[in-house]
Design a protein around this ligand. Structure first.
Ligand code: AGP
Length: 608
């Protein structure tokens, strides 16, 4: 996704801005640029490609000034070129704008501005903002920005500077995350806290409709009618090394190996062993309110949607409440059956996914109560939901979600336990679940200790063109997630399927060139999946199976076996996902893919 950084203070801005952009590299981008007040006016430098290109250009021909804005662009309108890179400027280049989001009425605005004499240089929607602000500018930058934003339909996180009102940065957000960093007589604006964490831990998360004015002497937050707002100052407790790779080759590998710790953090202080209960502080729901819900809708995207499928199985089996799982991108445009007796669980690692945010707002509009299962503290979904559970997985930098997925499933298990024990689950079953949860970190570590054996399998299959992932029950979503991991980082086509569904078509795909991964723990459907494995072997398929223990029934049926410790059915997808993450990672590395920033992908999809 695009990244924004801005600085105003007494230090030279250029190195601070470029350092901030580098901290945002993981989000995915294809061009970058800076605009700095250099004492005479706004000086803009832009470059297509990696930030290093921009950095070397600025090093060769330095830009002097202590106020500036910067941007990394992930192309949505217009190719990733120098011309289309941000910042974009007004006709007289006195105003520069960086922007995350999409201006939906850009075409109409551009036409009107061109008729008024404005000359455009790029094919981006963002440049419309620069000319629109210029059109309204009469000496006060924030007033011109407010007037311009009144005309805009769509989403934005923006930072704006002007050489005619030169000692300030104006920032505003609607639908695209933006925060203000508070320093010592210096102030920052950023789309992600990692860009400025080296300089301050005190931040203000802007909400939709907020506009911030940053000057060396202080900051103000206003609404679009210029009324002053009082905002909460949050303290960031992440450390930079948590964001750095910590000696691992890739962020993704670091995060896979963090899972014993991240799962512990998800559960920390939330399990009551003696009574088999879960203690969740942020639901903002009393027991009576929880019991009033007649149905649950869970909405999410991608990996988070897979954890939603697992939660559906948990909640219906243990809490005996009807659950529907919806792709957020579908839910938001359907006419769903939602009422004030509906609990809408919204799952999002980033807390900024546009489709998921829109789906949550739609459910709330229809009277549902929204519960956010989120990783990023202070994110939009976390702040706009009616209550929630932070999964405390720590920053997840790799585009492919790993530790967030397993922490999501654990957080959803905690909620299931909380609700089920209110409704009809016995304390004995509750204690069994709590005991199984406590065992997960150690069991995950056992699997991680076996990583070299998984790398051997990756070596064998790194040249495959297709993969099938098959599972049943709780592990059908695990099959979907395993397939997604492989395809999004290795670019090998992979499909996840319910194992029993093979005979209704996909079995026609089976031959010696089709590796088939079976998730076959010793669970309630184990015998069924053994026959599915036999069906595949009988047709020449090559079988990789995740199994819980010595399974006589599987002897002679497998080409490769990956052992996972035994746990209760509902947590088998947590354990099964670890080797599948590693398998995808090792195959992708062996194929030379960009594991942390796979092509065409972004860590947080804040546009439709
Ligand atoms: C998962 O590996 C992908 N990065 C992607 O499917 C992701 O899960 C999806 O975009 C949802 O993101 P969110 O959890 O931040 O909302």
């Amino acid at each position: 996704m695009c990244g924004i950084v801005g600085y105003v203070g007494s230090r030279v801005a250029a190195p601070l801005l470029i350092e901030g952009l580098k901290r945002l590299e993981y989000r995915g981008y294809d061009s970058a640029g800076v605009a700095i007040m250099n004492g005479k006016g706004v000086e803009t430098r832009k470059a297509a490609g990696k930030i290093a290109i921009l950095e070397s250009e600025v090093a060769c021909d330095p830009v002097h000034g202590t106020l500036g804005i910067a941007h990394t662009r992930w192309a949505t309108h217009g190719a990733p070129t120098h011309v289309n890179a941000h910042p974009h400027t007004s006709c007289d280049e006195s105003i520069a704008v960086v922007h995350n989001g999409i201006i939906e009425n850009a075409t109409a605005l551009r036409q009107a501005l061109e008729e008024a004499g404005h000359v455009f240089r790029s094919e981006t929607d963002t440049e419309v903002l620069a000319h629109l602000i210029e059109e309204f500018f009469s000496g006060n930058l924030e007033e011109a920005v407010m007037a311009a934003l009144e005309k805009v339909d769509g989403t934005y996180g923006i930072a704006v500077v002007s050489s005619s009102d030169r000692d300030k940065i104006v920032a505003a957000r609607k639908g695209s995350p933006l925060l203000v960093g508070l320093g010592d007589e210096e102030y920052y604006v950023a789309s992600d806290v990692s860009a400025i964490l080296a300089h301050t831990r005190q931040v203000i998360y802007l909400d939709d409709g907020d506009l911030a004015v940053l000057e060396r002497t202080g900051y103000r937050v206003l609404d679009l009618n210029a009324a002053t707002l009082t905002k909460t100052v949050s303290r960031i407790d992440w450390d930079l090394e948590q964001i750095e790779r910590g000696g691992f080759a890739h962020f993704m590998l670091k995060e896979i190996f963090e899972q014993p710790k991240s799962i512990e953090n998800t559960m920390r202080g939330r399990l009551l062993d003696e009574d088999g209960l879960a203690k969740l502080g942020g639901l903002n729901l009393t027991d009576d309110e929880l019991l009033k819900f007649e149905n649950i809708v869970i909405t999410a995207c991608g990996t988070s949607w897979h954890s939603a499928l697992i939660a559906e199985h948990m909640l219906e089996e243990l809490a005996r409440i009807p659950v529907d799982v919806e792709y957020a991108s579908e839910f938001r445009y359907r006419n769903p059956i939602v009422s004030d007796r509906t609990l809408c669980i919204v799952i999002s690692q980033s807390g900024e996914t546009a489709d998921t945010l829109a789906a949550m707002r739609e459910a709330q509009r229809r009277g549902a109560r929204a519960l956010g299962i989120v990783n990023v503290v202070g994110s939009t979904i976390a702040r706009e939901s009616d209550g929630g559970i932070y999964i405390h997985a720590g920053p997840e930098i790799g585009v492919a979600s790993t530790k967030a997925f397993t922490s999501q499933v654990c957080a959803l298990a905690l909620f299931t336990l909380r609700l089920a024990r209110l409704r009809n689950l016995s304390s004995e079953r509750g204690r069994e679940i709590v005991k199984a949860m406590h065992a997960l970190p150690g069991q995950i570590q056992q699997i991680l200790d076996n990583a070299p054996a998984i790398e051997v399998i990756a070596e064998e299959f790194k040249s495959a063109s297709n993969f099938l992932y098959l599972g049943r029950g709780f592990n059908f979503p695990a099959a979907l997630e395993g397939a997604l991991k492989l395809k999004e980082i290795s670019y090998i086509h992979a499909e996840g399927y319910p194992a029993a569904e093979m005979k209704h078509g996909p079995i026609a795909l089976i031959d010696e060139n089709m590796p088939v991964v079976f998730i076959a723990p010793h669970d309630s459907v184990f015998e069924k999946i053994v026959s599915n494995i036999a069906e595949v072997k009988a047709r020449g398929g090559r079988v990789i199976a995740l199994t819980s223990m010595d399974e006589p029934a599987l002897v002679g049926k497998l080409d490769y076996e990956i052992r996972i410790p035994h746990t209760i059915d509902m947590f088998t997808p947590v354990l099964a996902s670890i080797p599948l993450q590693l398998l995808a990672y090792y195959i992708a590395v062996k194929r030379g893919a960009d594991v942390d920033q796979p092509r065409n992908l972004a860590k947080s999809v804040t546009v439709e």
